[in-house]
Design a protein around this ligand. Structure first.
Ligand code: PMP
Length: 394
């Protein structure tokens, strides 16, 4: 009989030539348990998903209750479904008035796709402005605005009329003009190497969009839901986007994506023709029930303090000690190391010692740390010590 591992390699399409290959038995809180009896600390939260840890009791209970009521009933937008409506109401109650409606999808890249289409339809323009080193997802539209050639080149031609500018560069903003439908950016570039936008620059982008009528899209798929210490990273900057993309941590471990905007903007999807951005499973009732429990728990806790504490501890413990730079905000942090070999060595050493670290798609000298926000000081301290040991090891 082939083993589970054999069948994984034989029958599950692979995303790389060297998967991590942990055989998962269960996951709870900050830990993932494997079928060979090992226990790993998840310092990356399934890449910024499990902010409340794995299987948070409130999320698990909400899922179980919803399963007993109904699963899928109709393509998105036709029926009134309590979990969807209640979640949209809760989410928009903590967003600015200009983001008072939510369009539900299933993933991050679908949120990007929807936001781009909405901007084009609403403005009647086609030009899209994005930034180098950005990452917005892997479907064709999202890839078209992703600022890294190595990922784009195999799929050219992509969408026309996409213009890439340098992140944080004031001198290029005149390229946002009266033909621009949208400017899309991550307030803190994630896959590009954990690079925060500068406040003055972000304000200048907002001003330029206002002057030209371009819609400003923030991709907060990775930064959202307290990852950076605020519900959304835009709150650090005092700059509100016209369209806000969300996913990842939104569903508390269930698949979920959405973009929020004003009713005036979102109306564009309802006519000429109607149903022009339809999705069968968008806003799935089980995902919405999970997302409601997740957000309610996040709002009731003190996750600003928790994310800030994680940042302080990481900076205090690691900065300077063989690590060139610690950057990022809250619990979305990157450790810049001297070279790619050292980076690989540290990731491998930590993995062997039971610590799961992250990498970014665009940099081979950066280690990413994004622990569940519920992590206790003791576990974080022990895990950081292992990273230090790894950096110092021969
Ligand atoms: N945008 C950003 C900023 C992301 O980090 C990601 C996922 N890493 C995406 C979009 C795509 O999300 P998904 O994988 O859910 O399609």
């Amino acid at each position: 009989m082939p083993s589970l591992r054999d069948d994984f390699y034989r029958h599950v399409a692979q995303t790389s030539e060297s998967p991590m290959g942990l055989e998962v038995e269960r996951a709870e809180g900050c830990h993932i348990y494997t079928t060979d009896g090992k226990k790993y600390v998840d310092l990356i939260s399934g890449i910024s998903v499990s902010s409340l840890g794995h299987r948070h009791p409130a999320v698990v209970q909400a899922v179980k209750e919803q399963v007993d009521h109904h699963l899928h009933v109709m393509v998105y937008g036709e029926f009134i479904q309590r979990p969807q409506v209640e979640f949209a109401a809760l989410l928009t109650s903590v967003l600015p008035e200009s983001l008072s409606q939510v369009y539900f999808v299933n993933s991050g890249t679908e949120a990007t796709e929807g936001a781009l289409k909405l901007a084009k339809k609403h403005t009647g323009r086609t030009k899209l402005v994005s930034f180098r080193n950005s990452y917005h997802g892997d479907t064709h539209g999202s890839l078209s605005v992703t600022g890294r050639d190595i990922y784009r080149n195999p799929y050219l031609p992509l969408l026309p009329d996409v213009h890439f500018l340098d992140f944080n560069d004031h001198t290029q903003l005149h390229q946002i003009d009266n033909s621009t439908a949208a400017v899309i950016l991550e307030p803190i570039q994630g896959e590009g190497g954990i690079i925060p936008a500068e406040t003055e620059w972000l304000k200048a982008v907002r001003d330029r969009c206002d002057e030209t009528g371009a819609l400003l899209i923030f991709d907060e798929i990775q930064t959202g839901f307290f990852r950076t210490g605020r519900l959304f990273a835009f709150e650090h900057y005092g700059v509100v986007p016209d369209i806000l993309c969300m996913a990842k941590a939104m569903g508390g471990g269930m698949p979920m994506g959405a973009f929020a905007s004003s009713p005036g903007n979102l109306k564009a999807f309802t006519f000429n023709p109607p149903l022009n951005h339809v999705t069968t499973f968008g806003g799935h009732p089980v995902s919405c029930a999970a997302a409601y429990a997740n957000l309610k728990t996040l709002l009731e806790g003190d996750f600003t303090a928790k994310a800030t504490r994680i940042e302080e501890m990481v900076r205090e413990t690691l900065a300077g000690k063989g690590i060139i730079e610690v950057r990022g905000k809250g619990a979305m942090l990157g450790l810049e190391l001297d070279n790619a070999d050292l980076t690989q060595k540290v990731v491998r050493y930590c993995f062997e010692k039971g610590i799961i670290l992250g990498w970014t798609l665009h940099s081979n000298t950066l280690i990413r740390i994004a622990p569940p926000l519920i992590i206790q000081d003791k576990l974080l301290r022990e895990s950081l010590q292992i990273i230090l040991n790894a950096v110092a090891s021969d």
